[in-house]
Design a protein. Structure first.
Length: 600
């Protein structure tokens, strides 16, 4: 038997193909079986080649294979990684709107747009023929030649980003389920999920919006790996150009999304954004995951307004979904190297002056009281904060002057001289009485409306409130109300009445001031005197602990005493946040402070 096996083995060996038998031992096929196996392998390879060629042919022209990328990832990172943009800058991103019908979708795919936006509803929405099939249609259309399934089949063959705008809550769940099943094979690009979830400017409360609670719940349950784009239903009315997003609208939006873990981009009508900037600046400060997407409606936003947004926000945190020619004009203006920066008057002092080491001690403060001292500062200093006492003509509180200047220097003329200077200047306006507050703010508002005011503006008054309620000073709440009503785009820079500082800045004084200002949406910079600051350790600690929410400016002068008399207060302030602590003193005191700070 062994001889028989040996003979068969030699015969199979001569046949020429070696294999393994089921037991793991080597064996050999016959020539006939070998030929059959080779034919089968060839057919399988041919079939695989046909399938591969078919898939590649169905891709958008010149589209390389997609690299894996999370659907909840950063859009700028994706576009930078794919080579569509050269810097992580929202201004470089291009958009295609309403890529809904198949013809529109194909046109969008052939375009140079980097991100496709399309509208999702359900077939026959609110009709007798309503189904649960997601389709690509913008109201009033409720039928389409393109389902979301077909749209994804085609668009995901490209390398474009995707933004889906849901027009009804009924479309959300079936769409997310479809996305979830598609993501198992790899969507490999950022996915934005958009819906108008709150009524916005000029829109009545009864206006239909997508249910915010349900929209966010469904995303968390069905498809959390996305960027959420929650917006306001908005209507621009040219007869009321100053109507914009209110503080309550922005706060309501924040309350709706504050606990979501995803990236969030807020779509904002571009023509309305400048006057609402304090609110959006506050909103973006709540999380580094937040960004804005400025979109263009029927009314073109001004290039000046767009530059204002760009100049006051990091380029990675604002997208610009704009049409031509506005986009081209904006890009051209933004690229000018020597253009004037349109700084937000209520913005950060460090961001404006950019002092060495981002240290507030390196910002110079200069007191001006008349034309002579102003010209001296404008000509002899490189820039800095200008301390301006505000006054008025006797019996004419609306005729605002620079202090008791002789000859009289109208504040409006003063502003014109400062704004014409090429140097960086900020204005610290010391307003002594309630009657002068509103007229001063009205002058600032006029300059802002005329696109002239691009400097930091701090409004200083001694306030009366709570434990530091003192006759003769403006009520703290009235101070806030007047600013919010007349010109809110400032930094609040309140101080305590001297009469309340006998024991220094006690804990209760600090707590009452912070309680008053805790709800303010403007930046706050508390003004303190160095000598009384050194008297109360608990108060000093409370002030430092209020940073960075509230900045601190320490004032000292020969009228308050020698440099040494304010030393404890000055040096204790150095224990706080150096980017949120500033020093207003004459040059000889500042030189001493620099020596003590940088040689200790």
């Amino acid at each position: 038997m062994k001889n028989g096996q040996k003979e068969r083995g030699e015969a199979e060996k001569e046949a020429g193909v070696q294999v393994r038998d089921p037991g793991g031992r080597r064996g050999f096929f016959s020539r006939k079986r070998s030929a059959m196996l080779a034919t089968g392998i060839s057919l399988a390879l041919l079939l695989a080649a046909i399938i591969t060629a078919s898939v590649l042919a169905s891709r958008a022209p010149d589209t390389p294979p997609m690299m894996p990328f999370p659907t909840g990832g950063d859009m700028l990172q994706f576009l930078y990684q794919s080579g569509d943009i050269t810097d992580k800058d929202g201004l470089q991103v291009t958009w295609y709107h309403a890529a809904n019908k198949k013809s529109e979708m194909e046109e969008a795919l052939k375009s140079s747009a980097m991100v496709l936006e399309a509208d999702v509803n359900i077939q026959g929405h609110n009709t007798a023929n309503e189904t649960s099939i997601p389709i690509m249609a913008h109201p009033p259309d409720v039928y389409s030649d393109n389902t979301l399934q077909d749209w994804l089949d085609r668009v995901l063959q490209s390398k474009k980003g995707v933004k889906l705008d849901f027009k009804s809550i009924k479309a959300v769940e079936p769409s997310l389920q479809l996305l979830r099943s598609r993501n198992q094979t790899g969507i490999s690009r950022p996915l934005w999920l958009n819906a108008d979830i709150l009524p916005g400017p000029n829109v009545p409360a009864f206006w239909p919006v997508v249910n915010s609670t349900r929209f966010l719940e469904l995303i968390q349950m069905k498809f959390p790996e996305a960027t959420i784009s929650p917006g306001w239903a908005v209507l621009y009315v040219p007869l009321f150009p100053n109507v914009t997003y209110s503080r309550s609208m922005v706060e309501q939006m924040y309350q709706a999304i504050r606990n979501v873990p995803q990236r969030v981009t807020f779509p904002v009508l571009a023509v309305m954004v400048r006057r609402a900037w304090p609110h959006f600046s506050w909103l973006l400060s709540q999380s580094p995951r937040f960004s804005l997407t400025l979109w263009q409606g029927t009314e073109d936003p001004s290039v000046s307004d767009l530059l204002f947004v760009r100049d006051n926000m990091h380029p990675q945190r604002v997208y610009y979904d704009l049409s031509q020619p506005v986009l081209s004009h904006f890009r051209e203006a933004a690229g000018l190297s020597r253009r004037l920066r349109r700084f937000y008057p209520g913005g950060d002092l460090i961001d404006y002056f950019k002092p060495p080491n981002k240290d507030g001690v390196n910002i110079q403060w200069n007191r001006v009281s008349d034309r002579t001292s102003l010209l001296s500062a404008l000509g002899g200093q490189p820039g800095g904060m200008l301390i301006i006492p505000v006054g008025s003509k006797p019996g004419h509180s609306d005729d605002i002057l620079v202090g008791d200047s002789t000859p009289q220097l109208p504040l409006q003329e003063f502003l014109g001289m400062v704004l014409a200077s090429p140097k960086p200047w900020g204005l610290f306006l010391q307003i002594p009485s309630q009657t002068l507050l509103a007229p001063t703010l009205a002058l600032l508002n006029e300059a802002f409306d005329n696109d002239q005011l691009h400097h930091p503006i701090w409004i200083n008054m001694n306030l009366s409130h709570g434990t530091f309620q003192t006759p003769g000073y403006i009520d703290g709440q009235e101070f806030l109300n007047t600013i919010n009503r007349v010109f809110p785009y400032v930094t609040l820079a309140p101080s305590w009445p001297r009469e309340a500082l006998a024991l220094g800045y006690t804990s209760v004084l600090v707590e009452d001031m912070m309680a008053l200002l805790g709800g303010a949406w403007q930046d706050v910079a508390l003004q303190v005197l160095a000598v009384p600051l050194g008297r109360s350790y608990p108060g000093r600690q409370a002030l430092l602990q209020a940073q960075p929410r509230m900045a601190l400016t320490v004032h000292h002068s020969p009228e308050e005493g020698s440099y040494h008399s304010g030393y404890l207060g000055l040096m204790s302030a150095r224990g706080g946040n150096i980017q949120r602590t500033f020093y207003s003193m004459p040059s000889q005191y500042m030189n001493r402070l620099h020596m003590d700070v940088f040689t200790s």
